[in-house]
Ligand binder design. Structure first.
Ligand code: 6PG
Length: 274
């Protein structure tokens, strides 16, 4: 694995007392981890998941995770449900939320909940009351979003932003992440924790956490795999900062870590992979 850490930009400003004050303004500066094959990407991510889960339970008595859907996480979820991770992960202390969801029923083939249920939740012992599906497509999509926000407020208590121990993200070929797509105003939502809307590029309704919540995570891991992601990853990771065009560049955790964990095929256009 090649580990490349970009320096976080620091701004030094003279304060009134002319004492230099180092302000760390969150800048898009992810760590980049490149794995030689998709299998190693899955294994390394599963190992990280296990480490973070065990540490969180040790320190706080629970591990609170937010999962993305799509196709990339499937292999990881299947791997987590197998030995040694089946035995190493404290499943009964895990609380599962979603980063985003298609506004469909739990049985719909495109449902992220269904995919997670089939590949992981049906095979491990997480108490049902510790799993928080985002929507089953029944309510109007905006109401589904505000209902999920209420779930988050009840769980995390009051008005402080949710803080996930691990938030697992993906990246679409258009540079979207979660269900925050280029050109959609929901990308800029700063007050709501969850948005529900008709995603024009997808011609579908989606429910999604917003960037203020995502950026309050302790650890954000973006998984990307395959050559189809290579061009976009080069633009996102090595091109100019242009978050309206590449919303994933809005991932700028104030206190936490942001890691892009990618395989060699997805990384092959990057300078850092040479
Ligand atoms: C979703 C995801 C979405 C996904 C990217 C990448 O619900 O589809 O949350 O943000 O992570 O679209 O999807 P793939 O893993 O299928 O490439």
């Amino acid at each position: 694995m090649i580990k490349v850490k970009k320096q976080k930009n620091k701004v030094v400003q003279k304060s009134a007392s002319s004492k230099a004050v180092k302000l760390k303004i969150p800048h898009f500066s992810p760590e980049i981890q490149i794995h030689s094959t998709p299998e190693i990407l899955v294994e390394e991510t599963a190992h990280l998941f296990m480490q973070i889960a065990r540490a969180a339970v040790q320190e706080r008595g629970r591990f609170v995770v937010a999962l993305s859907g799509g196709s990339t996480p499937r292999g990881l979820f299947q791997h987590l449900a197998e030995e040694p991770y089946f035995s190493l992960i404290p499943w009964n202390k895990i609380f599962v939320f979603w980063v985003d969801e298609r506004h469909v029923s739990f049985t719909d083939a495109t449902s992220n909940y269904r995919m997670t249920q089939e590949t992981l939740l049906s095979k491990v012992s997480i108490p049902k009351e510790q799993v928080f599906p985002m929507t089953n497509g029944y309510l109007p999509v905006e109401k589904a979003a505000s209902a999920y926000e209420m779930k988050l407020r009840r769980f995390f208590g009051g008005d402080s932003l949710p803080c996930f121990d691990l938030t697992l993200m993906g990246m679409g070929e258009d540079g979207h992440t979660a269900s925050l797509f280029p050109g959609m105003p929901q990308v800029n939502e700063q007050d709501k924790w969850v948005v529900g809307y008709f995603v024009d590029p997808e011609k579908k309704e989606r429910v999604s956490l917003t960037f203020p919540v995502l950026n309050h995570s302790r650890l954000l891991v973006v998984l990307a795999e395959g050559s189809k992601k290579a061009s976009r990853l080069k633009e996102v990771l090595e091109g100019p900062s242009d978050p309206p065009r590449y919303p994933i560049q809005y991932l700028r955790p104030a206190q936490g870590r942001l890691v892009f964990s990618i395989d060699a095929s997805a990384a092959f256009k990057l300078k850092t992979s040479k």
